[in-house]
Ligand binder design. Structure first.
Ligand code: PLP
Length: 473
């Protein structure tokens, strides 16, 4: 295929995109495919001869589309949203077309300078004070890894990259058990070791870390000869939205010289609404904060906003400058590849620019406020049903519930319910465990969701529950 044929196909694809979105409500949300079905529909070997675009496109519809779970579906209430607002999709289209590599300022000055300004727009939007610099990482997992590497290097007086960890005092990092698994993986990859990720007990309905227990754990570790390195706090834990009390735990960490990273991957987007900022009171004292515009806010994946107090620490941890990467004759420029683990970088700032301008912060705020209000209304409705129990109250737009039936094992019953709901296809939900027990999560967050979609979720949940045959545990 040549660029001369691109316009025709580009038009076909954009018409297809509009029809796809118009017809989404009629599709089952979760793919109803069996394992191996898609692979079996693909030829085992690549073609030697070129194939016409018509055939490739027809196969896309025939083979791929039935095997897709529709994350943009208005009744996607599972995991967390991964919204791709149309304005951000357009920006990605342009970026894919120009396809610049943005590792250095000189490899695409517009990308670098726009990234600096867009991250400052985002900083202001979520109410972080001046003094935080931002960078786009490919995912919250990468941002957390970069932060954990920084805490490691600081704690080792910048010797870890050089000498390795053998022979050093064992490091300690602290978090609650409500954090995302990306924290565990960052600890593995950084060589700190899972045994040195110390889980601090949680307390209260917010399921945040107990600050006194944190203090006691650090003191105990110091006495035992460990080197405490950092704290990873969560604002909006993945399971049920746990919120660490930053105003209580950050001062404890800082008193002991720890580096503090805050994972607000999902909930950070809601901070564009000032009325939700009480959830992360104390954030201004964090050393590193991550949130994902690619979740709730609508920037097509991937786009993770990482804010740091001291970029110098991050750059000292991650920058390597072989001669071929030096930019001579330019002062005061940023090479963002020195702020992240991968070298190559896409031009991700463009979609933030398109997104914020096309909807305005007001438009995005309204969307988030609607989701929060609709979720709360649904939680209230389920609470009023005699055979449903709200297990964790709404945190922004996320709550968890359980269906009850006299004398029936609740885990088996709720597993059967979620399976029935997702096989039905009108809505999509996922489960988690709260204090060891199975619960069903609900979170509204799709760009295109309406009040009616959320109400329908309530009807489907109740209908499917009452039709359920009693499972044998
Ligand atoms: C989604 C999520 C992550 C992981 O985000 P990626 O960008 O996929 O790495 C980490 N932490 C929390 C709290 C999340 O919700």
């Amino acid at each position: 295929m040549r660029w001369s044929e691109f316009a025709e196909w580009g038009r076909k694809v954009s018409d297809w995109a509009v029809r796809y979105h118009e017809g989404l409500r009629d599709r089952p949300v979760r793919a109803q495919t069996k394992p191996g079905e898609v692979a079996a529909a693909l030829p085992v070997s690549p073609p030697d001869a070129a194939e016409p675009m018509e055939v490739i496109f027809a196969d896309f519809e025939r083979v791929v589309m039935p095997g897709v779970t529709h994350w943009q579906h208005p009744r996607f209430f599972a995991y967390f949203p991964a919204n791709a607002a149309p304005a951000s999709v357009l920006a990605e289209y342009l970026v894919s077309t120009v396809a610049p590599q943005c590792m250095l300022w000189q490899t695409s000055p517009a990308a670098t300078e726009m990234e600096t300004v867009m991250l400052d727009w985002l900083r202001q939007s979520i109410g972080l004070p001046e003094g935080f610099a931002g960078v786009i990482q490919d995912s919250a997992s990468s941002a957390t890894l970069a932060a954990v590497l920084t805490m490691r290097e600081k704690a080792l007086d910048w010797d870890g990259n050089k000498s390795g960890l053998a022979g050093q005092k064992p490091l300690r990092v602290y978090c609650s058990r409500e954090v995302h698994t990306s924290i565990d993986r960052a600890i593995w990859v950084a060589g700190i070791g899972e045994d040195n990720l110390r889980r601090i007990p949680i307390k209260g309905p917010g399921r945040g870390m107990d600050a006194d227990a944190l203090d006691a754990a650090i003191r105990e570790d110091l006495k035992a000869g460990y080197q405490p390195a950092g704290l990873v706090a969560c604002i909006g834990g993945t399971g049920v939205g746990a919120m660490d009390d930053l105003a209580a735990v950050i001062p404890v960490a800082h008193r002991h010289g720890l580096y503090v990273h805050v994972d607000a991957a999902w909930a950070g987007a809601a901070m564009i609404c000032p009325e939700f900022r009480h959830y992360w009171k104390g954030i201004e004292d964090a050393d590193s904060v991550v949130f994902n515009p690619h979740k709730w806010l609508g920037a097509q994946f991937d786009c993770s906003a990482h804010f740091i107090r001291s970029p110098d620490d991050l750059v000292r941890t991650l920058a390597i400058q072989p001669e071929y990467l030096k930019t001579h004759g330019a002062e005061g420029i940023i090479n963002y590849s020195e702020w992240s683990v991968p070298l190559g970088r896409r031009f991700r700032a463009l979609k933030i620019w398109f997104l914020i301008r096309a909807y305005g912060l007001d438009g995005l705020r309204q969307m988030i406020r609607n989701h929060v209000a609709w979720s709360k209304a649904l939680a209230d409705k389920l609470r009023a049903e005699p055979d449903f129990e709200i297990v964790t109250d709404p945190v922004l737009s996320l709550f968890s519930f359980r269906y009850k039936r006299e004398g029936v094992d609740p885990d088996a019953l709720n597993l059967a319910l979620i399976t029935a709901i997702n096989n039905d296809g009108r809505i999509y939900l996922t489960q988690t465990r709260v204090d060891g027990e199975m619960v069903i999560r609900f979170t509204a967050g799709a760009f295109s969701a309406t009040d009616d979609d959320v109400k329908m979720a309530g009807d489907v949940i109740i209908e499917m529950a009452r039709q359920l045959e009693t499972p044998h545990a």
